[in-house]
Design a protein around this ligand. Structure first.
Ligand SMILES: Nc1ncnc2c1ncn2[C@@H]1O[C@H](COP(=O)(O)OP(=O)(O)OP(=O)(O)O)[C@@H](O)[C@H]1O
Length: 233
């Protein structure tokens, strides 16, 4: 469902990925790990076509980076739910309206908006917070709203870029559990993170950025924490 085929990505003439080949199936839960600056954000951006490969192609949701037209990019993004480290909620409107906005712009009818928004809030345990303003919620709650906003359009894929980067360890695990439960409903989830502890806690397919490519990796629990196999480059 998602494929990178012989992909080279450069930013400002600097090679970030070289000859990347990768397939991710529907329903998978995948971590992309790597140290700061290794290219996690770049990889996720190439999936929502904010970055296009210099060579090769990225296929996602029936679109192809080589052939997609500029006007089709919003259509692709409607099939994706994107979650950022800094939540990015609209501060001037309440939680309900933050989610409703996403549906209004695509012309969904009022009654349907209400049902979908409340269902999405329910799935992150925040239906009681619909009337609250974002600033009145904790960081973890704001990220749960961001996850609800990402799923309200019933996407094929959730792309989460360091979704726990601003959160304490316990809240991070809670966010991870919400993302796992969304995945169990059949939505592909791809998480970029440098938090190996998160991966150790809840293991799943893990791809580590090493040099200009990716390799399948295991985070192995040990008595003192975890070990990465093969080791981080
Ligand atoms: N717009 C840009 N122009 C040029 N280089 C860029 C641009 N954006 C990112 N880079 C470089 O690309 C490399 C990969 O950056 P990226 O943000 O994808 O890494 P990351 O793994 O997500 O890092 P972090 O964990 O710190 O967020 C870095 O060396 C970065 O400096």
């Amino acid at each position: 469902m998602i494929s990178f085929i012989n992909v080279d990505i450069e930013l400002d003439k600097k090679a970030i990925f070289r000859n990347l080949n990768l397939n991710i199936q529907s329903d998978e839960f995948v971590y992309i790990v790597g140290k700061s600056g290794s290219g996690k954000t770049t990889l996720l951006k190439s999936l929502y076509m904010a970055i296009r490969p210099k060579k090769g192609e990225v296929q996602i949701g029936g679109y192809n980076s080589r052939t997609i037209k500029k006007r089709q990019i919003p259509l692709l993004r409607r099939k994706l739910g994107i979650v950022f480290q800094d939540f990015r909620l609209l501060e001037d409107r309440n939680i309900y309206d933050n989610l409703a906005f996403v549906l209004t712009v695509t012309g969904t009818k009022e009654q349907q908006i209400k049902e979908k928004v409340m269902k999405a809030l329910h799935s992150v345990g925040l239906e009681h917070a619909a009337d609250q303003m974002p600033r009145n919620l904790s960081g973890g709650e704001q990220q749960r709203v961001a996850i609800a906003r990402a799923i309200v359009r019933e996407p094929l894929v959730i792309l989460a870029d360091e979704p726990t980067g601003n959160l304490d360890p316990d809240t991070s695990l809670e966010i991870l559990e919400y993302l796992k439960s969304i995945n169990q409903k059949g939505i592909t989830v791809i998480i970029g993170t440098h938090d190996y502890e998160l991966v150790r806690h809840s293991p799943s397919r893990t791809l580590q950025i090493t040099g200009l490519n990716l390799e399948e990796t295991c985070i192995i629990p040990t008595e003192t924490g975890y070990r990465i196999s093969p080791p981080a480059a």
